[in-house]
Every structure is written in structure tokens, then in C-alpha cells.
Ligand binder design. Structure first.
Ligand code: NAD
Length: 368
């Protein structure tokens, strides 16, 4: 059978620095676990603009559509701040998401025990936390028409439209139920059915999809405002949360911060299955290009490495290998390895991006 294919788009700023550590881990899987990947690399973001005058060349877009999974580092930086909106680095990322139709955005909020004191919440509330937020990514109020700013009488009016079709709700609900089956089998759906018709439809469709195909999964519903409160009151009550684009944007950022540093947060964006059964997929850390620390060897590569662990689990059906990689990360943190962003108020001496990669590779070796 042909090797699985990966397109690496390391991007700008610290993107190439953190991706360099992921590449070493990909090589490790080929050498030590007999899981060779065919890897191609290309440009996205500011570096693509510098070379091609566009943040995502059509050839790169075409490659992204062909591979089994795309791994992205980060895009953007101060050098590109004044570019026209149509060629800003972020447009490259948005084009990938749109043309690959990546409607299901998975943002895990997982609190490694060694970092529980980093959370703004008490240790006992977050230690051992492991929840997954599934955010609808390609529809809802960020895309709905009509939109714009117009004048009515003597004042300006801003308009955005929350719009969801049944099929858009059903496919992201399916994605959440499928995910729950691989985890603790519970889904909580969040909307505002008390005040929004789109929320009423959301609740109806999620309930119908559940009854038809996923009755074995435990389903609950919650108003999104209560959900926000519950996330900070008792986040461990959740397993998988599924919600729309706007609420998901807010809830996933709040949940992310339960776990401490931005340098620790992976994500996956999934679309419909391809001919080979694998979903269209893009994996990327939540953080940006961190221009303030670029080129200094300070970046924490863990978010990018955990994004590759998500690829192992969701694109390559290698859940036990994803567990192995996550356990290696957990071990190095428990042993006290810290990049600068992970130093607490008590300080200590940080290790570099490469040294963190070394430590994780050593923990992987030790796992064999
Ligand atoms: P950022 O995530 O790049 O950085 C925020 C802060 O977190 C900085 O102090 C940075 O040093 C720190 N940080 C981020 N990742 C880290 C890591 N792996 N290790 C250690 N510290 C880390 O957000 P920003 O400063 O608002 O944005 C910088 C640039 O990145 C902008 O051009 C922005 O548009 C872009 N951006 C890109 C993405 C993406 O590619 N998905 C996401 C967010 C921002």
C-alpha cells in the first residue's frame, strides 16, 4: 500500500521553528514504528506572498486537495500588516479552510498535570481535564448574508446574519458524535434556542441525527451562555461540546485558557471523507507566528507536535501511536522540561525549541 501523504506548510515566524521538531517526529515514526509518510513541503502566508505575490499559490492549493493531511505552522507577521486585505497571510489559511470545506474544527482542551498550576482556575478544577470542542467552521454569522454597514435615516446600521441549513448542522453533529464514540461517548450541544430560531433548528437537527444514527452516544443540550459559565465552573463535566461558529469561537478560546499556555494548544479542521475514507484535514497549532520570539529558539513546539498527534488519530487511524506521542509530551513535562513560555512565577532555566524536541524524541525512544 502507498505511504500516507502529508503536505507541510510551515509558514512564517516561529512556524518553521516548531515544524522542524514535528519533522523529526515524523521521521521517527518512519524509522522506529514502520510508519513512513511521503512528505512534501510548500509555502503559505507571508513567505508565499514574498515569492508568488499571493499567500497561497494555486499549485499549493491543488496539492492540499490531494494529500491525506495538511500540517500547518503559523502565518503572518508585522512585515505584512499593511498589505491589502486580499493578499494578507491569513487569506492563505482561510482559502485552505474554505476550498477544502473544513467545516468541523476540533479544539481539545487538555490539562497536563504538570501544568495545572498554569491555569487561571484552581488546580482541582482543571487537573486531568480532557474535553473537546467541535466548532462549526464554514457557516453561521461570520458568513451569512445580508451583511454590511448601511445608513438608515440619519444613523449607520451594522448587519450580520446567522444562517444555518439543516445539512450544515447535521454534518458537524455527525462529526461530534463520531468523535464522542472514540472518547467518553458524551456530546453536549450548545446554542441559544431560547432566543434564536437558528438555535431552535440546531437543537432539532442535532436531536434528529442523534436519534437516527447515534442513540448509543449520550446527548445533552445547553444554552451557550450557561455553557460558558459551566466551562469555568466545572469543565470536567463535559466530554465533547458541539456548537456553531460564533459560540464555538468564544467557547473554545475560553476552554483553551483553562489549560495554561498558548504554546500547548493543537487543533484539527476536518471536512468530508475523501475517496480513501480519510477526511479532508488540516492540523495546526492554535497560536500565531509569534514575531516577538521568532528566530530566538524560544518557541514551544508542543502545540505543533500535538497537532501531529491529532493527525495520527483522526487521519491515520493510529490512535495508539497518538497516545504514545501525547504520553511522551506528558512525560517530559512531568520531568520538568520547560520552554520559556512554560516557566511559572518561580522561574527556572528554560530549554530551547530543539531541546524540547530532543526530550520528546528521547521519551518516544524510551516508550519502545
Ligand atoms: P501569537 O499567537 O503569535 O502570539 C501571542 C503571544 O504568545 C506572543 O507573546 C508569543 O510569543 C506567544 N506564543 C505564541 N506561540 C508560542 C509558542 N509556540 N511558544 C512560546 N510562546 C508563544 O499571536 P499574535 O502576537 O496576536 O499574532 C502574531 C502574528 O500571528 C500576527 O500576524 C497574527 O495575524 C498571526 N496569527 C496567525 C495565526 C495562525 O497562523 N493560525 C493565529 C493567530 C495569529
Amino acid at each position: 500500500m502507498a505511504n500516507p501523504t502529508l503536505l507541510i506548510l510551515a509558514g512564517d515566524g516561529i512556524g518553521p521553528e516548531v515544524m522542524a521538531e514535528v519533522k523529526r517526529i515524523i521521521t521517527w515514526y518512519g524509522d522506529k514504528r514502520d510508519m513512513p509518510f511521503d512528505v512534501t513541503e510548500d509555502l503559505v502566508g507571508g513567505c508565499a506572498y514574498d515569492k508568488h505575490g499571493t499567500p497561497l499559490h494555486d499549485d499549493t492549493m491543488a496539492k492540499a486537495q490531494e494529500v491525506d493531511a495538511v500540517l500547518l505552522g503559523a502565518v503572518g507577521g508585522p512585515a505584512y500588516d499593511d498589505l491589502d486585505f486580499s493578499v494578507k497571510p491569513e487569506r492563505g489559511l482561510l482559502r485552505l479552510r474554505k476550498e477544502m470545506d473544513l467545516f468541523s474544527n476540533l479544539r481539545p482542551a487538555q490539562c497536563f498535570d504538570a501544568l495545572a498550576d498554569f491555569s487561571s482556575l484552581k488546580r482541582e478544577i482543571v487537573a486531568g481535564l480532557d474535553i473537546m470542542i467541535v466548532r462549526e467552521l464554514t457557516s453561521g454569522v461570520y458568513f451569512g448574508e445580508p451583511r454590511g454597514i448601511h445608513t438608515e435615516g440619519n444613523e449607520r446600521v451594522g448587519v450580520n446574519t446567522q444562517r444555518y441549513t439543516e445539512s450544515e448542522i447535521a454534518r458537524v453533529a455527525r462529526s461530534a458524535f463520531e468523535l464522542a464514540r472514540r472518547r467518553n461517548n458524551r456530546v453536549c450541544s450548545m446554542e441559544k434556542a431560547n432566543v434564536m430560531e437558528s438555535g431552535v433548528l440546531w437543537r432539532q437537527v442535532v436531536t434528529e441525527v442523534h436519534a437516527k444514527d447515534y442513540a448509543d452516544v449520550e446527548l445533552s443540550h445547553m444554552y451557550a451562555d450557561n455553557g460558558a459559565m459551566q466551562l469555568v465552573r466545572n469543565p470536567k463535566q463535559f466530554d465533547v461540546i458541539v456548537t456553531d461558529n460564533l459560540f464555538g469561537d468564544l467557547l473554545s478560546d475560553a476552554a483553551a485558557m483553562l489549560t495554561g499556555s498558548l504554546g500547548m494548544l493543537p487543533s484539527a479542521s476536518l471536512g468530508l471523507p475523501m475517496a480513501n475514507g480519510r477526511p479532508k484535514a488540516l492540523y495546526e497549532p492554535v497560536h500565531g507566528s509569534a514575531p516577538d520570539i521568532t528566530g530566538q529558539g524560544k518557541a514551544n513546539p508542543i502545540a505543533c507536535i500535538l497537532s501531529f498527534a491529532m493527525a495520527l488519530r483522526y487521519s491515520f487511524d493510529a490512535g495508539s501511536e497518538a497516545d504514545r506521542l501525547e504520553a511522551a509530551v506528558e512525560k517530559v513535562l512531568a520531568d520538568g522540561a520547560r520552554t520559556a513560555d512554560l516557566l511559572g512565577p518561580e522561574g527556572g532555566s528554560p530549554i530551547s525549541t530543539t531541546q524540547m524536541g530532543d526530550a520528546i524524541l528521547a521519551a518516544l525512544d524510551a516508550s519502545l
